[in-house]
Design a protein around this ligand. Structure first.
Ligand SMILES: [Zn+2]
Length: 70
């Protein structure tokens, strides 16, 4: 019989108990809100080149677009 496993919805790690999976999910800092979209006007600005995000812990973090569209 296959063993039941629980997967963290953020990092994908597998856990043997639901409680551990929920603890893993609670440990991740996630994006709460995109505060600013910054476009590179020389690069057909359809998508932002960077975004400033307010995270679940209150910090503001900047993310840059590395590649195309997934
Ligand atoms: Zn996780």
């Amino acid at each position: 019989m296959a063993k039941q496993v629980y997967q963290c919805e953020y990092c994908g790690m597998l856990h043997t108990t639901k409680a551990n999976a929920e603890k893993c999910e609670a440990s991740h800092i996630i994006v709460k809100k995109v505060k600013e979209h910054v476009y590179d006007l020389s690069d057909k600005p359809k998508y932002p080149m960077k975004i400033k995000c307010e995270m679940s812990n209150g910090q503001v973090v900047v993310y840059y677009r590395k590649a195309g569209i997934m």
